[in-house]
Design a protein around this ligand. Sequence first.
Ligand code: ADP
Ligand code: MG
Length: 303
Amino acid sequence: MRTANATTNGTTGAGPLLDVQDLSVDFHTDTGVVHAVRNVDLTIGPGEVLGLVGESGSGKSVTSLAVLGLLGTRRARITSGRILFQGEDLLTLPPKRLQALRGSHVGMVSQNALSALDPSCTIGAHLVEVIRRHQRLDRAAARAKALESLELVALPDAARRLRSYPHELSGGQRQRVVIALALACRPELLLADEPTTALDATVQKQVLDLLLSINAELGTAVLLVTHDFGVVSHVCDSVAVMRRGQVLERGAAAAVLRDPQHPYTRALVEAVPRLRLSEQERSVPRQRRRLPEFTEVAGGVGA
Ligand code: ADP
Ligand code: MG
């Protein structure tokens, strides 16, 4: 098992932004206890993009929800571990502090943009609400910030879109709005749980390109949950491979793709050889890479 950290993970200098140590989560269900996450270690440095990959049910979403204290069910029990964000253990934070941190320092983008948006509220109202929850701004200043956020995610005709309702936007546009909401307060970390799975291939590529450019522009670190090794190879600095609640392997994305250590990872990588970057492609800094047409990189691990 490889447990080497990515070279870019910031464990030197300022220290990691997010340091998940020995995290275990159980669910108590009517049919027994599910060990959803078992002794997971993850590190993300400032500005780093970490891909959390694994088949469906491997514990990716539960891991990322635990980071924000959003497991949201009394059946969930965190049975071990620490979740250090900027050195502070989120598991011991009072609920109010955790709530303040959510949105302002850690943003969340989920798979289904529609469920994240209230159909009766305009895009502008969503953004203003989030911005004013975390910052003392009057309405006009919050609205200016809202417009800035929509421009950041390259939504065409942003000023007009502030007055639109979610159903008036396409799926890709709605996902851009959800990303704008997550970034409105300029968090240091974005948790993106399969942010493109519900989108068609061309739009998937555009949204991933957008995440890359935001990462380059704002230095936002990203925990990108995906079941797609193609996405990892093109977007991520580092990768952690999960299966059945455990991290089997983690390290720099390039190293894991080139030389996977765990048989499971090897099988995944070998199943999609065309996803490997050529030496020439790899020499392009990640922030300046653009995904090839998605037909070439579509390939997953069957989530
Ligand atoms: P994925 O890697 O697909 O995101 P999840 O993290 O959602 O997987 O789920 C990990 C495991 O935890 C699965 O076995 C799933 O059935 C279980 N699980 C997730 N949420 C709950 C819940 N609320 N109650 C019971 N079991 C759950
Ligand atoms: Mg999931």
